[in-house]
Ligand binder design. Structure first.
Ligand code: NOJ
Length: 549
């Protein structure tokens, strides 16, 4: 096949397939019912054979786990639940040996209330220097009994908690845009800046290839912490996308660029407009960012085409590679979303319990996988996407662990349903997630996951696991290295078709009827059976022009 590009290979972060490892739920090596580094290490060959280029690990640091590890008590150590620093170092080396790059999760907006800095701040008392690393602010009202401003936590409820001083008197309030156990750091403080620069170096020195930046849009706050007000302009909130944040990334970029190899940042940037988003991807800032607009987009022809066009335009302006992501540890799994009447995703209204047609959702999820892997740029795969796992919606309330569930008094069902431990083998829980005789998995697995397991799908050539393997193989062999642009190919209503080089074409059928595939091309991969020259409803196919095949 003559599809190898002549130009030198692009930097890895421009077109990699990055597999997200949610460590707690990936594989349990020590039998305590919680995934760990030993489990990941034992499954590295699985990830290599799947065809991933890189692994992104959700936070693995020392943490009281008030928010699944996004409450970090020590950025330079591993939580004993997961293993040791030495094991993390070995894991990084072993991943590299298997040809897998490693991205770690950096959580700079907030730390844990158990972090030494916060404990020092509480102990040091009013007006102390230690408190300046956070946002301790006197309350409003006659006795300071009202929060300093009207900001609401992303997890629901007030974004402020009042402390009690050592002598028993009521003290100031501290800011936490997430749970109270996650105090926001004050990024105007030089020690906060230098500490995170040092943390970056700590992990770069250990060979990591990149960082995923948590809440990348949120670090800087508007001076004076003004009220949001009753009818806020969502493009101008005082706690997100405040200009100073860009200086932070410029200084980080200088650090990553000073290391050998290509070290990269991917930002978790949730912002309302593509213009705001793209500013994080200027050449001296972050290398890439998750495309949440695509994740949130409904599975509809016009909507998907518009988001693809908008994504390509926004990224082209700053020369950054687009990325494509269908699910992650914060969202409803897309097999479930795509089987609903409303197939879009909204963080504020997860519509848990909305009726879903899983068969339809699965067809679309398989088509979406081929779409995302054919588009120019990088692609993210959340663990379990390759097994076509659906959201687990019936976790009993008393077992739910996500703080968003409790903080919203259950109005938000939380994110546990996409974090259920993976099924590896067998016909009953723990489905090979833990060794024999282990404690129950930390979240219950559905009894009907037998046919979702890796072992079951391994044996089935038509499984979603094998579809992912083949798509990733072809993507690595040549699709990923095709020119970064795409050209839409005229097609019938409800069908999206684009080519990357005039020879490779991806066709997606959003209609409810089969459509004829274009003549003069061979199907190299289909999300459904295309042998009769037709592309079934809710399916996608990769084609190669016959003359060049
Ligand atoms: C985004 C992370 O993806 C999410 O899981 C976490 O709860 C918040 N940031 C707070 O760190």
């Amino acid at each position: 096949m003559n599809h190898l590009p002549d130009s030198p290979a692009p930097a890895w972060w421009r077109n990699s397939a990055i597999y997200q490892v949610y460590v707690r739920s990936f594989a349990d090596g020590n039998g305590d019912g919680v995934g760990d580094l030993a489990g990941v290490r034992s499954r590295l060959p699985y990830l290599r054979d799947l065809g991933a280029d890189a692994l992104w690990f959700n936070p693995w640091y020392l943490s009281p786990m008030a928010d699944g590890g996004y409450d970090v008590a020590d950025y330079r150590d591993i939580d004993p639940l997961f293993g040791t620093l030495a094991e993390a170092e070995e894991l990084i080396t072993e991943a590299h040996t298997q040809g897998l790059k490693v991205i770690v999760d950096l959580v700079p907006n907030h730390c844990s209330d158990q972090h030494v800095w916060f404990q020092e701040a509480l102990a040091a008392g009013p007006g102390s220097a230690a408190r300046e690393r956070f946002w301790f602010v006197p309350g409003r009202g006659e006795h300071g009994e009202l929060p300093p401003n009207d900001w609401q936590s992303y997890f629901g409820g007030n974004a402020w908690t009042r402390i009690t001083e050592a002598d028993g008197t009521a003290g100031p309030w501290y800011l936490h845009m997430f749970a109270p156990e996650q105090p926001d750091l004050n990024w105007e403080h030089p020690e906060v800046r230098s500490e995170f620069e040092s943390v970056l170096q700590f992990w770069l020195d250990r060979g990591v290839d990149g960082f995923r930046i948590d809440v990348a849009h949120g670090l800087a706050k508007k001076p004076g912490l003004p009220d949001v007000g009753p009818d806020p302009d969502v493009t101008d909130l005082p706690y997100q996308d405040v200009d100073g944040v860009h200086d932070i990334y410029r200084s980080w970029r200088k650090i990553s660029d000073s290391y050998p190899g290509e070290r990269a940042f991917v930002g978790e940037v949730w912002l309302p407009t593509p213009g705001q988003f793209a500013r994080y991807l200027r050449p001296d800032e972050l290398h890439s960012a998750f495309n949440f607009e695509f994740l949130c987009c409904a599975w509809e022809h016009d909507a998907v085409r518009d988001v693809v066009d908008g994504t390509l335009a926004a990224h082209a302006e700053v020369g950054a590679p687009p990325t494509w992501v269908l699910s992650n540890h914060d969202t409803i799994r897309h097999v479930t979303r795509y089987g609903r009447e409303d197939t879009s995703f909204d963080m504020g209204d997860k519509r848990l319990g909305a009726p879903t047609d899983r068969v339809l959702g699965l067809r679309r999820a398989r088509a979406a996988a081929l779409l995302t892997m054919a588009l120019p740029g990088g692609v993210y795969i959340y663990q379990g996407d390759e097994l076509a796992l659906a959201e687990v919606e019936d976790i009993p309330d008393h077992l739910r662990q996500d703080p968003t569930f409790a903080r919203s008094q259950g109005a938000d069902r939380g994110r546990d349903g996409c974090r259920v431990p993976l099924p590896w083998s067998g016909t009953a829980a723990p489905f090979g997630f833990s060794p024999a005789g282990a404690a129950d998995p930390w979240l219950p697995q559905p009894a009907d996951w037998t046919d979702r397991s890796v072992a079951a799908q391994d044996a089935d050539p038509a499984s979603t696991l094998n579809l992912y393997r083949e798509a990733l193989r072809l993507r690595r062999a040549w699709v990923g290295a095709l020119p970064e642009a795409l050209t839409w190919v005229p097609s019938q209503p409800g069908v999206l078709a684009f080519t990357r080089d005039g020879s490779f074409t991806c066709v997606v059928n959003f209609t409810q009827e089969p459509v004829p595939l274009p003549a003069g091309a061979d199907v190299v991969l289909g999300s459904a059976d295309c042998t009769d020259g037709m592309l079934p409803a809710d399916a996608a196919a990769w084609l190669l022009a016959t003359a060049q095949a």
